[in-house]
Design a protein around this ligand. Structure first.
Ligand code: FES
Ligand code: FES
Length: 174
């Protein structure tokens, strides 16, 4: 039996019916067509599915869509504003912090959340905190550089603190 949920995704209110067993990542990808959130494993290890739930990075393969009822979710599609990359996205681009790019959305979402919790990062902090994000291309050196540059960009642009939940007015039903 389908269950009705309501949540905010990238600033837009969403109402939907979901199967009780639907994972949040499946809901985002298959029902909302937000395919920037990737699925890289079935063991909750790779971090490719990382999104923000109420401002904190979580693995969206590891919770059910019904558990996100009433929450505020941000995906990689919600980071850029008015066509301008988020400072962390810009840093990954500038530092070549990606190769195939499959892990990159999850890396960026984890990095933004990390900087919001700990703005003054060292390279060792990044390596220690990113044990839940795997890169099959093993481009970790540039990923660390990108996170540090992105942290500096977030501080200078005032985005190093978690933004308040946003609520739009016209719910979309999917
Ligand atoms: S798909 Fe979620 S951790 Fe790998
Ligand atoms: S850039 Fe290819 S998996 Fe990380």
């Amino acid at each position: 039996m389908a269950i009705s949920i309501s949540l905010t995704v990238n600033g837009a209110p969403i109402s939907a019916s979901v199967d009780p067993g639907t994972l949040l990542v499946q809901f985002l990808r298959d029902q909302l067509r937000l395919t920037g959130t990737h699925i890289g494993c079935d063991t909750a290890q790779c971090g490719a599915c990382t999104v923000h739930l109420n401002g904190r990075a979580i693995k969206s393969c590891n919770i059910l869509a019904v558990q996100a009822d009433g929450t505020n979710v941000t995906t990689i599609e919600g980071l850029a504003q008015n066509g301008v990359l988020h400072p962390m996205q810009a840093a990954f681009k500038h530092c070549h912090g990606l190769q195939c790019g499959f892990c990159t959305p999850g890396m960026v979402m984890s990095a933004v959340s990390l900087v919001q919790r700990q703005p003054d990062l060292t390279g060792d902090d990044v390596r220690a905190q990113f044990d839940g994000n795997l890169c099959r291309c093993t481009g970790y050196h540039n990923i660390v550089k990108a996170v540090l540059e992105g942290a500096a960009g977030m501080k200078s642009s005032g985005t190093a603190t978690a933004s308040a939940d946003t609520a739009a007015t016209a719910p979309a039903t999917v």
